[in-house]
Design a protein around this ligand. Structure first.
Ligand SMILES: C[S@@+](CC[C@H](N)C(=O)[O-])C[C@H]1O[C@@H](n2cnc3c(N)ncnc32)[C@H](O)[C@@H]1O
Length: 156
């Protein structure tokens, strides 16, 4: 089945917690697979001084992200590709910072195993990678949400 994840943005206040859980360091390369309006990329580039790469299929979101990145003066740290992450090479990533469903994570798991280098970290908001064991799991309550939600960390 050809399922495309809907656009549901990660709550902004959760993103620094995800990147901190992944221990993102300056000049590491962070990928967001399905980068939406670019909020994960922008916080990683601006506040963690990472180099970031986003893949997004929805043209409106890619344009919005490019506009924001330019106006914040972050273009030297941010690359956005309007293409499917299913076809992207993940080999350069130090960290994948994601908000993807269990269904898509399960589809991507063989690609993660094939392409990600040992030590690469994956953080995902709300959903586990089915049948993988997380290295850590924390619980966060986004501003305005009623209940805590998990963030999962995996280390290749
Ligand atoms: C749940 S949203 C997460 C957005 C963003 N990562 C965030 O944290 O705010 C998933 C995003 O993946 C995008 N997407 C879905 N399938 C994709 C694919 N095959 N390649 C690239 N982007 C995709 C959707 O358009 C959507 O913006």
């Amino acid at each position: 089945m050809n399922y495309t994840e809907p656009y549901i943005p990660t709550p902004e206040d959760i993103i620094p917690k995800m990147l901190a859980l992944a221990s993102v360091r300056p000049n590491e390369t962070v990928f967001d697979l399905g980068s939406g309006d670019g909020r994960m990329l922008i916080i990683a580039a601006r506040d963690f001084r990472a180099r970031v790469v986003g893949f997004e299929v929805r043209r409106r979101l890619v344009n919005e992200c490019r506009r924001k990145v330019k106006s914040l003066g972050l273009s030297h740290r941010v690359t956005i590709s309007r293409s499917s992450f299913k076809k992207a090479s993940l080999r350069r990533a130090d960290v994948l910072a994601l908000y993807l469903s269990g269904y898509t994570l399960n589809q991507m798991a063989p690609k993660f195993l094939k392409e990600l280098r040992p030590g690469t970290r994956i953080v995902n908001f709300d959903y586990e990678i089915p049948s993988w064991t997380p290295a850590r799991e924390i619980s966060v309550t986004p501003a305005g949400w009623k209940k805590p939600h998990p963030i999962y960390l995996y280390v290749m």
